[in-house]
Design a protein around this ligand. Sequence first.
Ligand code: ZN
Length: 285
Amino acid sequence: MAEFVANKYSGNIMLRVLTLHDSESRLVSQMKTKQIIKFSMMLSGLVLCLASPLLIAGEGKPHWSYEGDDGPEHWGELSEDFLMCSEGWNQSPIDLVADVHAGLPKLEFEYYSANIDEINNGHSIQQNIKPGSLLRIPDRGKSYELKQFHFHSPSEHTVDGRSFAMEMHFVHADDNGALLVVGVLVEEGKEHPVLSKLWAFMPENPGETSVEPIGIEETDLLPPTREYYSYSGSLTTPPCTEGVKWIVLKTPVEASAEQIATFKSRVGPATNRPIQPYNARTVLD
Ligand SMILES: [Zn+2]
């Protein structure tokens, strides 16, 4: 496990960052206006994060982590851009207990088998997706494009207090840049064939991208049943942007103890933000 210590917060971490500029999406939705929210998303900016004094060269954004002085309790202090992490009112993750049985609309996943770029960004293992994979919610006339997916361990969301071994996040955006994240819980069990394929190419060190294109069926990472919890939350990493629609599938998938251990050995033992206050929200199922 020496490798993991060296990787964990070694400082020489390259990040591929998701930069979002929204501050009012929640207000906008509350006001039920039809304003177009202008998000600009930069999914492929590659920047260098230096060890000290916790700044990312070129971006002026601080490095953050999951423990210590730049851990989750301090994210909001690290940068003005991260203020939502400490001052937001609708933050993620949360403990999921359904308040309202709403008869939620059916989800249609139209993910296409694709070659993806796999990157170790120092916080997770992220797969950037080529355009064309969609999540449709026909009853709502909504369609979201899959941008990337990544992993956390242990899970970020809990269900009635229960934590899971891992959680996958499938990050989508609609035409206006509004974000929808699908969370898939992972419990320890059988080896997962798609994770085996992904892990085979997993970049060992922060900053590395797998140069070998990996063709996978992303839908094979989803459980067979698609019942879900839904609530309004935020990104679970800085800048903790709110106005994110969360869908967490109720049925977990399985991964082997070895697969879970391999992930932790690459990115750290705990890559989950702690549970956030519920405040005035409602969880639907
Ligand atoms: Zn995530």
